[in-house]
Design a protein around this ligand. Structure first.
Ligand code: PLP
Length: 438
């Protein structure tokens, strides 16, 4: 039995190159983070060898005494990490990732073609909340359910709750989804609860991006108002890639959420759980209860605020005028134009060349997802790497420098490798590929 570098030098070399890329770049993608060595040890362990369809104590395979112990430990830690232990809530830790977790909820509580409302993707929502275009039902959620997205008020950059209320009253959804992939503010859960109650809908929060912040109580708590809370585990929570579904134990709208959700996960949509992931998740959830983790989450938010302030000092417009959480959304359009060679896609490419990794993002009012007018910048990963507010101020300056280099490229200033690359990227022949945000 050989180690990786001997058994497969090709894969081993690719991993080394990726490790090097992660090490040398400024990682600013809001949905990414660096998990701990302890989590990676658990994920790379013998737990990957075991089949365990079912739940602890009710498995379809033998030999699960230790897997049962692990999954029960992980469930307990999950509830404790969100201060839900001893409350009437349960959790399923088997979802393979965030999108499957969401679809499992829909399968549990909806019938095909039931109506749902989530935040529109171009306004910050996630694909799995029901994205569709005028031409195409893009996500499985919009193929199997009838989706009527709610949107931001474009003048404030905040969720337009009045419009959500009006539309919900007419559309009468069975499920309203809070949560986003690119929204720098807290959701107004009490308001959303009121709207859901008025139309007889379930209220679910997809806290994927902010679950670390929720766990450390540095943003509003969705558990107080929602019936179901889903999350990924690999973003601000800093665990392995995976998903979780939290649910109220008491029936809601006549539905026993516990059995409906557990059955939707298995046998509804999944087979054997990924026990190595559940092992890694248990490790990260232990960490999530430590004082260091709370301090880390506070830093994620203060670093993001420092980044936001500096960007505004430099003249950038931020959607909603700032940030309450781990990300900022910069609207490049008021200051720059595509004719100048500045849009989200080109800025992403140029900064990538300088080992600054962030992503282009549509901003309210954008016409093209291919060439969107914004960029999304997140603070979790570099905070894990030890950055403080001063470093994030420098990050804002570097981003500004990238934008200036792009402007110069249009004015034919070249010389450095980066300037030459900027010239290439801003030329009309540069191929742009669409990438749907995660
Ligand atoms: N929900 C939200 C709000 C997300 O931002 C994402 C991904 O970034 C997901 C769900 C989907 O998670 P995954 O990529 O693990 O399927």
């Amino acid at each position: 039995d050989y180690g990786l570098s001997e058994a497969d030098p090709e894969v081993s070399t690719i991993i080394d190159k990726e490790k090097n890329r992660q090490f040398r770049s400024l990682e600013l993608i809001a949905s990414e983070n660096f998990t701990s060595r302890a989590v990676m040890e658990a994920v790379g362990s013998c737990l990957t060898n075991k089949y365990s369809e079912g739940l602890p104590g009710k498995r379809y395979y033998g030999g699960n005494e230790y897997i049962d112990e692990l999954e029960i430990l992980c469930q307990k830690r999950a509830l404790a990490a969100f201060n839900m232990d001893g409350k009437e809530w349960g959790v399923n830790v088997q979802p393979l990732s965030g999108s499957p977790a969401n679809f499992e909820v829909y399968t549990a509580i909806l019938s095909p073609h039931d109506r749902i409302m989530g935040l529109d993707l171009p306004h910050g929502g996630h694909l799995s909340h029901g994205f569709m275009t005028a031409k195409r039902r893009v996500s499985g959620t919009s193929i199997y359910f009838e989706s009527m997205p709610y949107r931001l008020d474009e003048s404030t950059g905040l969720v337009d709750y009045d419009m959500l209320e009006k539309t919900a009253t007419l559309f009468r959804p069975k499920l309203i989804i809070a949560g986003a992939s690119a929204y720098p503010r807290d959701f107004d859960y009490p308001r959303m609860r009121k709207i859901a109650d008025a139309v007889g809908a379930f209220l679910m929060m997809d806290m994927a991006h902010i679950s670390g912040l929720v766990s450390a109580s540095v943003v509003a708590n969705p558990f107080e108002y929602c019936d179901i809370v889903t999350t990924t585990t690999h973003k601000s929570l800093r665990g392995p890639r995976g998903g979780m579904i939290f649910f109220k134990k008491d029936p809601v709208l006549g539905v026993d959420l516990e059995s409906a959700i557990n059955n939707a996960v298995f046998p509804g949509l999944q087979g054997g759980p990924h026990n190595h992931t559940i092992g890694g998740l248990a490790v990260s959830l232990k960490h999530a209860q430590s004082p260091e983790f709370k301090a880390y989450q506070n830093k994620v938010v203060s670093n993001c605020r420092a980044l936001a302030s500096r960007l505004m000092e430099l003249g950038y417009k931020l959607v909603s005028g700032g940030s309450d959480n781990h990300l900022v959304l910069v609207d490049l359009r008021p200051n720059y134009s595509c004719e100048q060679g500045i849009d989200g896609a080109r800025v992403e490419k140029i900064l990538d060349m300088a080992s600054i990794t962030l992503n282009k993002n549509s901003v309210p009012g954008d016409i093209s997802a291919l060439v969107p007018g914004g960029i999304r910048i997140g603070s979790p990963a570099m905070t894990t790497r030890g950055f403080g507010e001063n470093e994030f101020i420098s990050v804002a300056d570097f981003i500004h420098e990238g934008v200036q280099i792009t402007l110069d490229a249009k004015k034919s200033v070249t010389g450095s490798k980066l300037q030459d690359f900027a010239k290439f990227v801003t030329s009309p022949s540069f191929p742009l590929i669409d990438r749907v945000r995660d």
